[in-house]
Design a protein around this ligand. Sequence first.
Ligand code: SAH
Length: 230
Amino acid sequence: MVSSAESRDLRSKLVNNLIRESILKRDYTKHALLNVERERYAEPATSLEECYSDVPLRIGSNQTISAPHMVAIFLDELELRQGVKVLEIGTGSGYHAAVTMTALDYLGGGELCSVEIDPDLLNNARRRLEMIQTEKVALRLYLRDGYYGLPEQAPFDRIYVTASITEKPHKLYEQLANKGVMLYPFGLPGVQELIKATKEDGRISESRLMLCSFVSLRRKIYWHDDSQTV
Ligand code: SAH
């Protein structure tokens, strides 16, 4: 579908601001944010202006799409390369997944597995993400508790968590490939630290990138044997 001129203008203004503020640094991130229409992932009543303001957007079930600057930082800091296999925890609206897929497509291809605990959010995200046309990026969506990662698809070259966690993510660290990079918000509800972890010869090194504020990872036991994929 062709995007409206107004949407394109607002998107490019937002991206230019993020570049000017030295928040967005990599070409693949710029390409992805310029090409994914955020309004497709927002609730219908959200205005175009709000969609292209640097703020989180409500997506139902008390969840939000992260603000664009945070999505840009995640994408830049993940250090994406051609051919990487990525795990996202928290599909939500599908916006962040769409941005990651578009960046991977720009880089020449890759794989994205995304895990969501809420069936309604996942169904809506699936509808939206199926419209992304790329033959170079494989997408698999799973309905399950991402706390446990996705052992049957591990190892992953990149992992990112879009909800905050209060315990060190040992299960996800196990599923990170050698030389892999992982990002997650760590801390109590309210304000957390964005942690970047790398793995080298089985050893994890962590650095704190910045303060951030994410919704909390939901920890109700909600296990589905019939994990769905597309
Ligand atoms: N990345 C999303 C927004 C993330 S909001 C987007 O671009 O829209 C955090 C998401 O994590 C929500 O969709 C929430 O339902 C999901 N989530 C929370 N706990 C989870 C868990 N244990 N496993 C998988 N997903 C979870």
